[in-house]
Design a protein around this ligand. Structure first.
Ligand code: AMP
Ligand code: AMP
Length: 331
């Protein structure tokens, strides 16, 4: 059995981790990035050009590790139909890609979520408006009153309440971003906290570099295009909050969609009241795990050798092979 993933996002870490666990590795993607995975960072034993070279992957007897890029580049429909064995539960895809299903899941897990406004005329504080299908925060805008909302929404062609199905209006929660990365081992029925990051976003992290006086004149719109990730170590008394949130998400996933296993991430902010408010879940490895190729403070507390999330996935596959339980973790 070989381990494969799409050449972007967290592929370096996934393939490195697979090699550490003794697997042969395969990357696929655009020809331009081949040297990244085979020469500069020699983590891929094979590189296949193509968006999704199914026949070759089947021939190589690979297991695909899904990433944000893999799902984004292929689209959910293709992923649901793919024949190459997939690590994780494909049922989860529709739950996390549909904002209302995702909310149902997180509500059932009793997480603190931002309030959602169905009627913009009820806006009574700062809100963040998210067009459906907008990724990585592009197209989001902030508003502070009904009038402000209608003015900004008008620029996107949203002129009356009929058009509102295209956006979700969320309470803007003031807090610092904290993205805990988890790994739920289905084989051992155990949740692990792997690492934590915050994102480095353009232009959200750039605006503070401009003096306030000049910001006003520039009429900048905040957006959140991810450029990189920064490690975070959490105040220790907050760790149980984060762990309990992860446990609840796993438990409710069992009830709603037959389980969530492998890596996942809760994306949220911690407020000044020390409350973890979650606005999104990513039900697979997130690129925020990339600073931890050599493990994180949390993985180091659990394992006495360097364990990245990529390596943790490979450890699970290795265990599944040894116990003849691959069928339980692949779909
Ligand atoms: P890419 O392959 O870089 O085009 O990324 C595909 C998807 O993954 C996009 O939705 C990105 O926003 C997301 N993504 C890629 N890299 C990161 C990162 N370092 N942190 C957070 N999200 C990322
Ligand atoms: P997302 O695309 O949902 O990951 O959001 C992109 C960025 O928008 C995040 O990194 C947060 O900084 C910010 N954000 C999203 N939702 C909220 C919210 N409800 N309150 C405050 N900030 C948010």
């Amino acid at each position: 059995m070989r381990v494969t993933t799409y050449a972007s996002h967290s592929a370096l870490q996934i393939l490195k981790g697979a090699k550490q666990e003794g697997f042969e590795t395969v990357a696929f993607g655009t020809g331009r990035v081949k040297p990244l995975y085979t020469k500069y960072f020699p983590v891929a034993d094979h590189f296949i050009e193509g968006t999704y070279p199914e026949e070759e992957l089947l021939e190589l007897e690979t297991v695909v590790i899904p990433t944000g890029s893999f799902v984004a580049h292929l689209g959910i429909e293709l992923v649901e139909r793919m024949r190459v064995p997939y690590y994780g539960n494909k049922e989860v895809l529709k739950w996390e890609s549909d904002r209302s299903l995702e909310r149902k899941w997180l509500e059932k897990a009793k997480l603190r979520l931002p309030r959602v406004y169905d009627d913009p005329d009820e806006i009574d504080g700062p809100v963040i408006v998210k067009p459906h299908g907008a990724r990585g925060g592009r197209g989001y805008f902030l508003a502070k009153s009904p009038a402000d909302f209608w003015e900004k929404a008008g620029r996107l062609g949203i002129r009356d309440k009929e058009d509102l199905s295209e956006v979700q209006i969320q309470e803007y929660v003031v807090g610092v971003p904290v993205y805990p990365h988890y790994f739920y081992s289905k084989l051992n029925d155990e949740l692990e906290l792997m690492s934590i990051d915050r994102r480095y976003e353009s232009n959200a992290d750039a605006i503070g570099r401009i003096p306030a006086e000049e910001q006003l004149g520039l009429e900048l719109n905040t957006n959140y295009t991810v450029i990189g990730n920064i490690p975070v170590v959490l105040r220790e008394s907050l760790l149980m909050d984060v762990i309990e949130a992860g446990e609840m998400v796993v438990k409710t996933a069992e009830e709603l969609m037959g389980g969530l296993w492998g890596p996942f991430c809760l994306e949220g902010v911690f407020t000044e009241e020390l409350e973890f408010v979650v606005f999104e879940i990513s039900a697979r490895i997130v690129a925020g795990t990339n600073p931890f190729v050599h493990g994180s403070p949390y993985s180091w507390l659990r394992y006495d050798f360097p364990v990245s999330t990529g390596r943790r996935i490979a450890m699970e596959l290795r265990q599944a092979l040894g116990e003849d339980r691959l069928g339980e973790v692949l779909t």
